[in-house]
Design a protein around this ligand. Structure first.
Ligand code: ADP
Ligand code: MG
Length: 558
């Protein structure tokens, strides 16, 4: 008898959540299992192609569904790469190892959000099953194993002889309750509709024995006929005509493939024919993945060659400043044997990557123009990435990205572009005024901001740490220099006002001198100024590093 093992702590917690089913779409368990079956088949097929293994035929690589009404079971079988004992243990015993789950910030949000941020993966089976049995034999291995779990009390693994290569997952459905009728997962029409809804594009046939009532030949009688039917169309979504694809299909595809709970904010579907041909399906998530600003986050697109999956997260396909984009590229011009190292030098791939970058850029511009509200949401989520792009490239990306930036306008009290700022500049205004601070409120009350606003000039509010560093790299926009209102001379005064100010400074010379003497370790100079409106004093920094930048620099680890 095999020993009973406990799930790792975080797996157990997630399992409890699954079982207590905070998740409303229980039916997605089928999509998750089919998607795993398809991934496993991809791995085997890829191996067969690249290693010239001749006894693997694509036509045999079906995904088979079967249900048993009496036993109340539903099974999903694949003929993919399979799992050995260690893999069963590692992949199914520990959620931390599942690509879908990473519990990083335990206290960041509540459990429901943790689930929501990622796909639900294998464990979703426990939303509908009281017991799950996984039988598998890995390709190249002689011995098969079965992993069984009734969720909360851990799992067992034991040897099973005579298993074919691949994996069978058998679900023992939960008992029906008043709220939930699990028998629907034993209904062929319902299963068929779920496959259509969530897994239609899977490029292996998903087959099931389907019983239909047919009229007997030369008779009025009907008889039940069983046929092994392919339930999915198998046409990859990206190969289909855009016009025929419903939003819902894109959304479901995205959520399934890229482990997100929310619909994408933007779908970009593009097909290019020419020197280099490819289809790309790109998505901008509606919120940053939980690990987006951590080192764990890996950018990149999935890469396919003629519909065959080559690799996940090919990072050279996406520039750093668009690292939030998820999706895939399928090209007939790429070799199947291409490795990550080779990708960097592949000319075709460079062309594709360039085009994709341009496409994303133009789609974002379009969104800004036509759907401002959505764009502002986008910018809130990912604008920081664009700013870092300009800063980290030492301004080389300025031309590409500057018109995608938004800043809070003190005058308009909303987010505006630099173009809009310049268009609304006053005739006598030559510079773009900005001020830095932590919040809108704090900036609005800066004496210098009041002074500039008093003359009806607009001021852009810089509230992200990177802002001023980026502005330094940009220097100007449309030949108008950026001017920090808290730095140096603002030159707002007329000649007359300047003269008057000089006189006041002269008249109060001895007072100013003694103030300067008293503050001599803290300030360089003390002046009477026209900057002030409702405040008695203000600090002004010299050109160069501003107060706000100094704060950021001081906060950085050495
Ligand atoms: P993900 O698919 O995002 O990695 P899952 O929880 O769905 O996460 O699956 C966890 C892991 O279990 C997979 O990465 C894979 O290694 C393994 N696995 C699951 N189902 C199968 C299967 N049918 N055949 C082979 N391996 C599988
Ligand atoms: Mg999965």
């Amino acid at each position: 008898m095999a020993e009973k093992k406990q799930f790792k702590a975080e797996s157990k917690r997630l399992l409890d959540l699954m079982i207590n089913s905070i998740y409303t779409h229980k039916e997605i368990f089928l999509r998750e299992l089919i998607s795993n079956a398809s991934d496993a088949t991809d791995k085997l097929y890829y191996k067969a192609l690249t290693e010239n293994i001749s006894d693997i035929n694509k036509s045999d690589l079906t995904i088979d569904l079967a249900f048993d009404k009496e036993g109340r079971t539903l099974t999903v079988t694949d003929h993919g790469i399979g799992m050995n004992k260690e893999e069963l243990e590692e992949h199914l015993g520990t959620i931390a190892n599942s690509g879908s789950f990473k519990f990083k910030n335990e206290n960041e949000s509540d459990d429901i959000d943790i689930i929501g941020q990622f796909g639900v993966g294998f464990y979703s089976a426990f939303m509908v099953a009281k017991k799950v049995e996984v039988s598998s034999r890995a390709y190249g291995s002689d011995q098969g194993y079965t992993w069984v779990s009734e969720a909360s009390d851990g799992y067992e693994i034991f040897e099973t002889d005579n298993l074919p290569i691949g994996t069978t997952i058998k679900l023992y459905l939960k008992d029906n309750t008043e709220e939930e009728n699990y028998d629907e997962y034993l209904d062929q029409y319902h299963i068929e509709s779920l496959v259509k809804k969530y897994s239609d594009y899977v490029h292996y046939p998903i087959k099931m024995d389907v019983t239909t009532s047919k009229k007997k030949e030369d008779s009025d009688e009907y008889e039940d006929v069983v046929e092994n039917k392919t339930l999915n169309s198998m046409i990859p979504l990206w190969k289909r005509n855009k016009k025929d694809i419903k939003d819902e299909e894109y959304n479901e595809f995205y959520k399934d493939k890229f482990n997100d709970f929310s619909d994408p904010m933007k779908v970009i579907h593009t097909s290019v024919e020419g020197n280099v041909s490819y289809d790309a399906l790109l998505f901008i998530p509606s919120q940053p993945p939980m690990n987006f600003y951590s080192n764990d986050y890996e950018k990149g697109l999935q890469l396919y060659s003629r519909g065959v999956f080559i690799m996940d997260k090919a990072s050279d396909l996406i520039p750093e400043h668009f690292r939030f984009v998820k999706g895939l590229v399928d090209s007939q011009d790429l070799s199947l044997n291409i490795s990550r190292e080779m990708l960097q030098h592949d000319r075709q791939l460079k062309v594709i990557a360039d085009r994709i970058e341009k496409k994303i850029q133009s789609e974002l511009k379009n969104m800004l123009k036509k759907d401002r509200e959505t764009y502002e949401k986008f910018f809130k989520n990912f604008g920081l990435q664009l700013k870092f792009g300009i800063y980290q490239s030492y301004g080389m990306l300025k031309d590409k990205l500057q018109d995608l930036l938004l800043f809070y306008s003190g005058k308009e009290e909303k987010m505006i572009t630099l173009k809009e700022y310049v268009e609304n500049m006053k005739e006598e205004q030559t510079e773009i005024y900005f001020a830095s601070g932590e919040t809108k409120e704090k900036i609005s009350h800066l004496p210098q901001v009041e002074a500039v606003r008093d003359r009806d000039f607009d001021v852009l509010y810089m509230m992200d740490n990177v802002d001023e560093f980026m502005i330094q790299m940009m220097r100007d926009y449309d030949s108008k220099a950026f001017k920090n209102v808290a730095q140096g001379d603002l030159n707002l005064d007329s000649e007359e006002e300047k003269k008057e100010l000089e006189k006041i400074n002269e008249d109060n010379k001895s007072l100013l001198e003694s103030l300067k003497e008293a503050l001599k370790d803290k300030v360089v100079d003390v002046k009477v100024s026209n900057r002030l409106k409702s405040h008695p004093v203000c600090l002004v920094s010299d050109q160069g590093v501003s107060f706000e930048m100094e704060k950021v620099l001081n906060a950085m680890p050495d």
